[in-house]
Ligand binder design. Structure first.
Ligand code: IPM
Ligand code: MG
Length: 383
């Protein structure tokens, strides 16, 4: 066992993290989209069913934002090449040319991307999602879950760049055991907590729940909990409570208690797991959209995967675009078109309720294109 080599690797990782913390502190405030003459929306299909469903969401955006596109206030910029084949070919989570194109946009609509699992095929390429969140510093993963008939209206603020994800691909393998790292920083915690509380304040919410395992994971989760509680003190009208991730997971299926939760702030990994649970309660991960927000960039995506099997079976055209459409509505809201985003959501709600076209993922159901036309038809009645 080479302790010396491991120690050197550790020092490198710590230096990278220290530098990241400095960059976070130096960051300016959130970009103001209103002050921009033009907003560039990157449309990045990803792979698997990604390009299919993303194209359908793009068509709806084109209809909704027709005037702004003609006036040059909004530009849709297609970004290709974020595919598993290209990523394996260059051995990078995001090929350099794709990253440069992403960085030339203001906001991005992203289809799912296949994440290679090193244990399965020997390729240890980082997830494109994780890399994009880090490269564009998209520190907040906002995931709303609503089940109106049950009084459920939750908004999750998942920290999106730290915890087990910060250096998740750089663990150390010894003979007989392996070590991974989790990182929680002051600035990283403060900014996600503040975003959660600001959202609560601006949306009439009265309660923020902080979720950790600070009873066991003492350094990182301990920091997350104590700093988030400190931020909470700046918001006197809002009650803060602390939950451990295990009991929070249970309480979300407790029909007597779950409607009491409003805004939930959590570190990365618990947020990953618990938001899937919450989305499932709403009707499945395919029904939820997800916003990845940073100060300079923001990226919006479906929370489901790339379903490569559907493509292999020749069923990609039957993939359900409703999750990426929700993400597209969130994108429009984020850049200041809240009213049109609401219409988009309303049209989608009507179509999912009315069920004239139902997607089953197979040829006995509608195609994504038929569904998009259905949504566009409804939208035209609402506009
Ligand atoms: C998500 C996904 C990703 C994550 C995967 C694809 C790496 O599950 O966006 O929740 O773990 O964050
Ligand atoms: Mg997930």
């Amino acid at each position: 066992m080479d302790f010396q080599k491991a120690a050197e690797q550790f020092v490198e990782l710590m230096k990278e993290q220290a530098a990241r913390c400095e960059r976070m502190k130096a960051q300016k405030d959130f970009v103001d989209y209103k002050s921009k003459d033009k907003i560039v929306i990157g449309i990045c299909g990803g792979d698997g069913i990604g390009p299919f469903i993303t194209a359908e969401a793009r068509r709806v955006i084109e209809v909704l934002m027709k005037d702004e596109i003609v006036q040059g206030k909004i530009e849709l910029h297609d970004i290709e090449g974020l595919t598993i084949e290209n990523r394996i070919a260059v051995g990078k989570a995001i090929p350099d040319d794709v990253l440069a194109e992403l960085k030339a946009c203001d906001v991005i609509l992203k289809g799912p991307t296949t994440t290679p699992d090193a244990s399965a095929g020997g390729v240890n390429i980082e997830s494109a999602n994780v890399a994009m969140r880090r490269e564009l510093d998209l520190f907040a993963n906002m995931r709303p879950v609503k089940i109106p008939e049950q009084g459920i209206d939750w908004t999750f603020f998942r920290e999106n760049t730290e915890g087990g994800y910060a250096i998740g691909s750089k663990g150390i393998n010894f003979d007989g055991f392996a070590v991974d790292f989790a990182v929680t920083s002051d600035e990283g915690t403060d900014r996600i907590a503040r975003l959660g509380y600001e959202f609560a304040k601006n949306n009439g919410k009265t309660r923020v729940s902080i979720v950790t395992k600070a009873n066991v994971i003492k350094a990182t989760d301990g920091k997350f909990l104590s700093r988030a509680m400190e931020i909470g003190k700046e918001y006197p009208g809002i009650t803060t409570d602390s939950w451990y991730a295990d009991i929070m997971t249970a309480k979300l299926v407790d029909e007597k208690r779950r409607r009491d939760f409003q805004v939930i702030v959590l570190p990365n990994l618990y947020g990953d797991i618990i938001t899937d649970e919450a989305a499932e309660l709403q009707g499945g991960v395919g029904t939820a959209g997800s916003a990845n927000i940073g100060k300079r960039y923001a990226m919006f995506e479906a929370i489901h995967g790339s379903a490569p099997r559907m493509v292999e079976d020749g069923r990609a055209q039957y993939a359900d675009p409703s999750s990426i459409m929700r993400a597209a509505a969130m994108l429009l809201r984020h850049i200041g078109y809240g009213e049109r985003a609401a219409k988009f959501d309303e049209a989608l709600d009507i179509c999912l309720e009315e069920k004239k076209y139902v997607l089953t993922g197979r040829s006995d159901g509608a195609t994504g294109a038929q569904f998009a036309e259905y949504v566009i038809g409804k939208l035209e009645q609402l506009l």
